[in-house]
Ligand binder design. Structure first.
Ligand code: ATP
Length: 454
């Protein structure tokens, strides 16, 4: 998927305050606080009618790009609950911890690894300068119990990262599909973390959705595949955003690298929160399959069908998530532009047309002419079989365009008096508000070409 020609590729627009995105999300039905009538739960959200459409589009597009377009990649969907030994083998029971400090004065809480070094040294709060308390350590895994009889119940965990299922199913995929190394397994799924500092809206939640590719290779080809997926993933994000100058790689320093990793990169996006991780590209070597071989007692090594060489495959991991993508895309797309007519500024979500929750709105110019309404409903009924279409005849046409701009609808189709004469409609494009006449019969093809990825 490439940038459509009429969308800006970079922009000097200022960073959008998160509060504006939160307000828009609630007002227009993208995101709601979870259990709001009971006061909410920190770090947990629900998605409304538009939010669920946007999430589905994001998921489908990732799956299409990663699984459907790669002959050497397949997908799985693993369970949220696994055998508890999985989390011992993965190291999460022992090491999935955050160290945290509280400020004695303002009571704010910080992860030590997120504090500026000078505050760690001085033991002072970066916000108010107050003294920090002794650090405490928390495990992020969420516990749960299987079984009903007290005393016989087995403690296990809601998965702290979705990718473990891929290692668990790796051997089954090998045996049940015709994959040979090099090949990859993808998964999208929920993950749960008792984050000690949830916040910044969807950025750090306690229940969220991750996507992972684990790509299995011969050790001698590790570097080549690492470079391949690193570039591929960067280009993927770049193709979705307007502010391409706000995307970059950050190489992990030697103090951040896992002992088995030769290198690691974050793809970062810059918002009002600063540069933040969007997706990680990791060199996992043979760590995961070796650990699961050791803990399960099952041999997870691979025998090359031609050379008969036997080895534990090495892994390139690309790990990101639906929620951060959702948030970053909204931040990237949000713009308030001055109205040339001097009225209120126009709020517009410049989402990539293929990801926009509603693809087209069908609007009869006036409500008082029945023929306009029936023609518009007929067009809507035809289009809704092909894409998400909304019919709207409430309020004047300017207000209705604004409503659609604010939720990122790339095209509005207006049925006017000329339509009744020559069976054409006005198609208004969101970003530049340009208008063209299109024959009703040609409308489905005209829109599909612009709102579907290919
Ligand atoms: P951090 O150091 O910021 O806690 P991490 O490096 O532990 O994050 P990973 O385990 O690498 O994160 O997770 C991979 C991806 O999953 C992240 O790039 C992000 O897109 C997403 N992700 C991780 N934690 C959260 C969360 N709490 N809320 C939303 N998305 C998350």
């Amino acid at each position: 998927m490439t940038q459509t020609e009429n969308r800006p590729t970079t922009s000097d627009t200022p960073f959008v305050p998160i509060e504006k995105i939160v307000a828009l999300c609630k007002r227009r039905g993208f995101v709601y606080p979870n259990s709001e009538i009971y006061g909410g739960v920190s770090g947990i959200y629900d998605f409304g009618p538009l939010g669920v459409e946007l999430r589905n589009n994001i998921r489908r597009y990732w799956w299409w790009s990663m699984v459907q377009l790669h002959d050497n990649v397949v997908g799985i969907e693993g369970a949220i609950i696994t055998h508890p030994r999985v989390w011992e083998a993965s190291g999460h029971v022992e090491n999935f911890v955050d160290r945290l400090v509280d400020c004695k004065n303002c009571k704010r809480r910080f992860r030590i690894d997120h504090l500026p070094p000078e505050n760690v040294i001085s033991n002072r709060c970066p916000v108010c300068g107050g003294e920090l308390m002794e650090p405490r350590t928390f495990n992020l895994l969420m516990e749960t119990y299987l079984g009903v009889v007290e005393g016989e119940r087995m403690k296990t965990y809601l998965r702290g990262e979705a990718c473990q299922n891929i290692y668990l199913d790796y051997d089954n995929v090998l045996k049940s599909s015709r994959m040979q190394i090099p090949f990859g397994i993808c998964q999208i799924g929920k993950a749960f973390r008792n984050e000690v500092t949830p916040g910044n809206f969807l950025f750090r939640q306690r229940e969220f959705e991750q996507w992972d590719l684990q790509f299995f290779v011969h050790p001698s080809e590790m570097q080549q595949w690492f470079d391949y997926w690193k570039e591929k993933r960067f280009e993927w994000y770049k193709s979705l955003i307007n502010h391409t100058d706000r995307l970059r790689f950050r190489a992990h320093g030697s103090d951040e690298l896992a002992h088995y990793a030769k290198q690691a990169f974050d793809i970062e996006y810059q918002t009002i929160l600063g540069w933040q991780e969007w997706e990680g590209i990791h060199w996992r070597q043979d760590w995961d399959l070796s650990r699961h071989s050791e803990y399960s007692g099952q041999d997870l090594s691979y025998t090359d069908p031609i050379t008969k060489e036997r080895y534990i495959p090495w892994i390139v991991e690309t790990s990101g998530g639906v929620d951060r993508t959702f948030l970053n895309l909204l931040i990237d797309a949000y713009e308030e532009e001055p109205d040339p007519a001097g009225k209120e500024p126009r709020t517009v979500l410049r989402l990539h047309p293929t990801l926009a929750p509603v693809k087209v709105a069908v609007l009869p110019l006036q409500k008082n002419k029945e023929e306009l309404l029936t023609t518009a409903r007929g067009i809507h009924n035809r289009l809704k079989r092909l894409m998400v279409s909304q019919y709207d005849d409430v309020a004047n046409i300017g207000r209705r365009y604004r409503r659609q701009d604010e939720i990122g609808t790339p095209y509005c189709v207006t049925v006017d008096f000329q339509t009744l004469d020559d069976a054409t409609v006005t198609v208004r494009e969101r970003d530049h508000m340009t208008q063209v006449r299109v024959a009703i019969d040609e409308l489905p093809a005209y829109l599909l070409e612009r709102v579907t990825w290919q």
